[in-house]
Design a protein around this ligand. Structure first.
Ligand SMILES: Cc1cc2nc3c(=O)[nH]c(=O)nc-3n(C[C@H](O)[C@H](O)[C@H](O)COP(=O)(O)OP(=O)(O)OC[C@H]3O[C@@H](n4cnc5c(N)ncnc54)[C@H](O)[C@@H]3O)c2cc1C
Length: 358
């Protein structure tokens, strides 16, 4: 069998870009993405654009076009179940998500030079893993073969579907970009079990722009405006004045047990959200995407039989963290645990914790 590429990477989000960037020298790679990640679009990926400390540690310094105006901001939590409201510093970096993705991809393409082909607006529509290579179907029209396939297709989890591996559970997330009438510089998380099993959020991007969103049960299909209305009303009561744009929705992967994470098999490795790696407590997925994309790329030079185990080993810290976050998600869903956290937080953030009235 003729093998066209050493590796095909599907998806040019953080996982795909970071995989491409970290491939061993001389590896012939093809990166495909269903969209055009290098193009600036108003309707970019649905995301809060908050980078955890882990994500920040995996990245070089972010350029100014990626940083949101409120790059470092305090968290304000509103817990409607326990009647608590407080503000304290968190180690998140606030960025513009589409600028981040474009910047990551540009770095990866610069690092690869002539070793990589990049096909935008090209969708992987089929996948067959054979003894000598993987056959990758593109746009239901063409076929390429590769020694390895890295699935970085996010919540679409293309390889799981193609190889009949059950997909991970998910929330149905909604988010809407808003024009603010007056600036509000804090990131807000609203816990209210009567509205959402997760939490609702407001993320300030600039003096005049912000994002409002929440996640819901996967089978909930009420009109989006109706689902977000209680959160919007609550935020208005607490001083936010805004004009919402178009509400958009997509899946937010939510691993609940070890088997919801699938790192791949044989010649196919899954990275980032395609592997099911998203924090079920906070919805953060970028750090896992970066770490797993890099780790998968570093296995491409190994014999096929050794790659999945090496990949698994390299991701031990992230797998342990996901397990901790599964427990954290359970605690966050419990009023009692949140009430206890409300007692402990002032000690954790001593001197920086402001209790506010709700
Ligand atoms: C509402 C919301 C808010 C979020 N907020 C945050 C946040 O603030 N911080 C954070 O860390 N995480 C956040 N996340 C999670 C985060 O966005 C994802 O976990 C992260 O983008 C995963 O990166 P990835 O590279 O694995 O996949 P993605 O970034 O989803 O990239 C997948 C790429 O694959 C492409 N693709 C899909 N199917 C195909 C196909 N068949 N063929 C070719 N290409 C394909 C897509 O076009 C896309 O570019 C949020 C998620 C949601 C839904």
């Amino acid at each position: 069998m003729r093998v066209d590429f050493d590796v095909v990477i599907a998806g040019a989000g953080p996982a795909g870009a970071w995989a491409l960037k970290h491939l061993p020298e001389g590896v012939r790679a093809l990166l495909v993405d269903a969209g055009n990640p290098l193009e600036s679009s108003r309707d970019g990926k649905l995301c809060g654009g908050m980078l955890t400390a882990q994500a920040q540690a995996l990245l070089p310094e972010l350029p100014s076009e990626v940083r949101a105006e409120h790059f470092k901001t305090k968290l304000e939590y509103h817990d409607l179940d326990t009647g608590a409201r407080a503000r304290f510093p968190v180690d998140y970096a606030n960025c513009y998500r589409s600028s981040l993705d474009r910047w990551l991809l540009r770095q990866a393409l610069d690092a690869r030079g002539h070793d990589a082909d990049c096909f935008p607006r090209t969708r992987v529509t089929g996948l067959q893993s054979e003894e000598k290579a993987v056959r990758v179907r593109l746009d239901d029209k063409h076929e390429v073969t590769a020694s390895r396939f890295l699935d970085c297709t996010g919540w679409r989890q293309v390889s799981r579907r193609a190889l009949a591996v059950p997909t991970a559970p998910y929330y149905h997330a909604l988010q809407v970009g808003c024009i603010l009438s007056s600036p509000y510089p804090y990131y807000i998380a609203v816990f209210a079990s009567k509205w959402t099993p997760f939490f609702g959020w407001f993320i300030p991007k600039s003096e005049s722009l912000g994002e409002i969103g929440a996640a819901f049960e996967s089978d909930r299909r009420d009109p989006p405006l109706e689902m977000l209305a209680p959160l919007a009303k609550h935020l208005r009561e607490y001083g936010l004045e805004f004009e919402p744009g178009r509400i958009r929705g997509c899946r937010l992967t939510r691993p609940a047990k070890d088997s919801d994470i699938w790192l791949g098999q044989g010649r196919v490795l899954a990275c980032g959200e395609a592997a099911g790696m998203v924090s079920p407590s906070s919805g953060d997925g970028i750090s896992y995407a970066l770490a797993s994309g890099k780790a998968a790329a570093q296995t491409v030079g190994l014999p096929v039989e050794a790659a999945p185990a090496a990949y698994h080993r390299a991701l031990m810290p992230q797998l342990a963290e996901t397990r901790r976050n599964v427990i954290k998600a359970r605690l966050l869903a419990s009023r009692r645990a949140r009430r206890i956290a409300g007692v402990l937080l002032p000690f954790v953030h001593r001197g920086h914790f402001e209790r506010l009235s709700l």
